[in-house]
Design a protein around this ligand. Structure first.
Ligand SMILES: C[S@@+](CC[C@H](N)C(=O)[O-])C[C@H]1O[C@@H](n2cnc3c(N)ncnc32)[C@H](O)[C@@H]1O
Length: 200
């Protein structure tokens, strides 16, 4: 952790699965926009307590897989409890730093999801290395989906000064081989930008 904001962000805004977050971002709507389907393998980068991983596991089904990574041990433990409670078989949850090389094979993932995390990584100048990592693990023509806060005043969400407009997200990902497919609004506070991994 390189600065006070990130320290606070990683701990305080840890993506609680239960409670008020439930209504402020509808994961199912976002996943519909992304076009996730049965049999897909998804990497949930910075999964928190599993707001996305849990509904993703239902959509991809037994023939699909979710790899969920978060740097917070507390969040991963909480997600693992939920997995156990619901007897979920297709999520593997790991403590891991998504800005570093993850233990995932090159070209093996259908969809990489970065939800409510890119703005914080950009503050720490870790956006580029993370996006590069997403490019490495995606299959050719795989999807990178970036869900983040609209560039409007909160609360909820981070300070306006560090929020990213979809155009800024596109500028960052474009440097690492992604082509924008489309942008969709997800409720009052969020958007999703959907990118495709371009063939080299
Ligand atoms: C705002 S939460 C979002 C959680 C989830 N994606 C969601 O939308 O509900 C951001 C998450 O990113 C995690 N995180 C921050 N930096 C990370 C890193 N370098 N590697 C992995 N996880 C990280 C935090 O621990 C936190 O759980």
């Amino acid at each position: 952790m390189n600065n006070e904001f990130e320290k606070k962000h990683r701990h305080v805004d840890s993506g609680h699965f239960r409670g008020k977050f439930g209504s402020f971002l509808d994961a199912e709507t976002a996943l519909r926009e992304i076009g996730l389907k049965t049999g897909d393998t998804l990497l949930d980068a910075g999964c928190g307590e599993g707001r996305f991983s849990i509904p993703v596991s239902e959509i991809v089904g037994d023939s699909g897989k979710v790899y969920a990574f978060d740097i917070s041990e507390e969040s991963i433990n909480s997600l693992k409890e939920e997995i156990k409670k619901r007897n979920i078989k297709n999520i593997e949850a790991f403590i891991g730093d998504i800005t570093k090389k993850l233990p995932i094979k090159d070209g093996s993932i259908d969809v990489c999801l970065m939800a409510n995390i890119l703005h914080g990584l950009v503050v720490n100048k870790e956006g580029g290395s993370t996006i590069k990592g997403m490019f490495r693990v995606l299959k050719p023509n795989g999807i990178l989906a970036v869900v983040d806060f609209k560039k409007i005043d909160g609360p909820p969400g981070p300070p306006l000064s560090i929020r990213l407009a979809p155009k800024e997200v596109e500028e960052i990902t474009g440097k690492y081989g992604f082509k924008k497919k489309r942008v969709a609004e997800i409720g009052e506070y969020h958007y999703v930008v959907i990118f495709v991994k371009k063939a080299k």
